[in-house]
Design a protein around this ligand. Structure first.
Ligand SMILES: C[S@@+](CC[C@H](N)C(=O)[O-])C[C@H]1O[C@@H](n2cnc3c(N)ncnc32)[C@H](O)[C@@H]1O
Length: 218
């Protein structure tokens, strides 16, 4: 399925509400991993909140998106603290406890084995570390299965409780849940029925969920 992401490089969706939540969580010395970083625009915006003691690594399965991210990185003033590399978030080549903060924005809904990806998030986090996960989901009801957006990118519509079951199963505590859909609907006026840079037809009961998850330190 990754060929769709390779063919449609896209732009980072201007999730400005989501970004402001994430940015307010970043500590200057965090070791951040951005899982499913796409072309890395947002990753580099987060790098701005780090000092030289902090770092951010963007990982994405699409080699074309990582190529694009590395082009942006070359032009960035934050190249001392940011890196990009190809990787599958279902099975990461990173050691246990390698991150203090994980970001994964608009990714899990595209991932086939979501539980493995969530388990990997938990494994690579330091005890006491945080994961900020955001995505479009259903408010409630039954899963609707896989659909494709106008660019052919597959997405799976699951209700938020299914994601919360996965987080709990992995060992996470949910510190905060927030539905950003009302702000997004306002910002996206004129794009009714769509979300994101691709024309994704959304079900009536969609939400844009943002969770702050914590890996307990004891
Ligand atoms: C909608 S984009 C979001 C990109 C970025 N997080 C942003 O907010 O702009 C979803 C990204 O997830 C990546 N992706 C999907 N499945 C993946 C996997 N198993 N491992 C790593 N990346 C994956 C895609 O290549 C794509 O770049």
């Amino acid at each position: 399925m990754i060929e769709h992401f390779d063919q449609h490089i896209g732009v980072s969706f201007p999730h400005r509400f989501e970004k402001s939540y994430i940015q307010s969580e970043i500590r200057p010395d965090d070791t951040i991993i951005d899982l499913g970083c796409g072309i890395g625009q947002t990753t580099l915006e987060f790098a701005e909140h780090l000092t030289a003691g902090g770092s951010i690594l963007g990982i994405d399965l699409s080699k074309n998106r990582i190529k694009e991210a590395n082009i942006l990185l070359k032009k960035s003033v934050f190249k001392d603290r940011a890196k990009f590399r190809i990787g599958d978030i279902e099975s990461l080549d990173l050691g246990d406890a390698s991150a203090s903060l994980i970001i994964s924005q608009g990714v899990l809904l595209h991932v086939v084995d979501k539980q493995s990806a969530v388990d990997e998030m938990y494994r690579i986090l330091l005890p006491g570390g945080r994961a900020i996960v955001s995505l479009a989901a259903l408010v409630d009801g039954n899963p609707l299965g896989w659909e494709t957006d106008s660019t052919g990118v597959p997405i799976e519509w699951l209700p938020i409780y299914r994601y919360e079951e996965m987080f709990t199963e992995a060992g996470f505590k949910i510190r905060l849940y927030f539905d950003l859909a009302p702000q997004m609907k306002e910002a996206l006026k004129g794009m009714e029925g769509r979300v994101g840079s691709a024309a994704l037809q959304v079900p009536d009961n969609w939400c844009y969920a943002l969770w702050i998850l914590v890996k307990s330190s004891n």
